[in-house]
Design a protein around this ligand. Structure first.
Ligand code: 5RP
Length: 247
């Protein structure tokens, strides 16, 4: 099933950063409410996923959740988990992830996602895809009619293959730009030691699953930020006057 939202909820900017934070907190609370004692939880990355990790730690500390362990998608989520008292385990040491939470940069009505704003999409896709339930947390600004409307597609690339990959991305209709590090000279380097290329598609992305596959078939590409067929549910937080509703 797709998202049951009205079209009027599309890409509604949130008035202030504080209001957006309130939406993200409401999402985190609702998502962590789905966790049961004894579960293995996958932890995504970004400001929304971080609030979910904090909430998970709070319930564990209060004794409301017992024997929960977590698999962090990257350094940031693992460090935060330990900081909030959530025990972490290695992905390679477990057989199943019961539920994973993750944020998103864009989500369409068919639950296709665009991720990678934080350059962490490769391992997020691994963790999210191994979860029985993958719950995506989106405030109202993230809902779009078509992926690529507000963000380019992040592509993680082996540094040694950057030039041929850029040329191949152009043949797919993309306009690639190597992501550079803020306040530093040089490119962003991911947790996995690779570069990130942000690719805009001026003609739109009518078929996300097809583009996801085509980009990943370019030798030298590690993973791209289009995620089709992995989200099992999407929680959307909407500001409604002074109230927050999570759908
Ligand atoms: C990082 C991601 C994040 O999930 C995405 O950027 C959303 O972040 P936030 O919750 O801070 O808005 O894909 O690579």
């Amino acid at each position: 099933r797709g998202l049951s939202l009205s079209i009027s909820a599309v890409a509604q900017n949130v008035a202030t950063p504080e209001a957006q934070d309130a939406l993200k907190r409401a999402l985190a609370k609702k998502a962590v409410g789905l966790v049961k004692s004894g579960m293995v939880v996958g932890l995504g990355t970004g400001s929304t996923a971080s609030l979910a990790i904090e909430e998970l730690g709070r319930l564990i500390k209060q004794g409301k959740l017992k024997d929960v362990v977590a698999v962090g998608a990257n350094y940031q989520s693992r460090v935060l988990a330990r900081q909030f008292g959530v025990k972490t385990v290695d992905l390679n040491d477990i057989n199943i992830i019961d539920i994973a939470f993750d944020g998103v940069d864009e989500v369409d009505f068919n639950k296709n996602l665009l991720k990678g704003g934080g350059a962490a999409h490769t391992m997020q896709k691994v963790v999210d895809s191994f979860a029985k339930e993958c719950v995506i947390l989106a405030d109202q600004s993230k809902v779009v009619l078509q992926l690529g409307s507000t963000f380019p597609v992040p592509v993680e690339v082996l540094p040694a293959a950057i030039s041929p990959v850029l040329r191949r991305l152009i043949t797919l209709g993309g306009v690639p730009e190597i992501r550079s590090a803020l306040r530093k000279d040089g490119p962003v380097i991911t947790d996995l030691g690779n570069m990130v290329v942000d690719v805009s598609f001026p003609n739109g992305i009518p078929n996300p699953a097809d583009l996801e596959m085509r980009i990943n078939m370019i030798p030298g590409v590690v993973e791209n930020g289009i995620v089709s067929g992995i989200a099992t549910s999407v929680l959307v937080a909407i500001q409604d006057g002074d109230n927050v509703t999570v759908l």
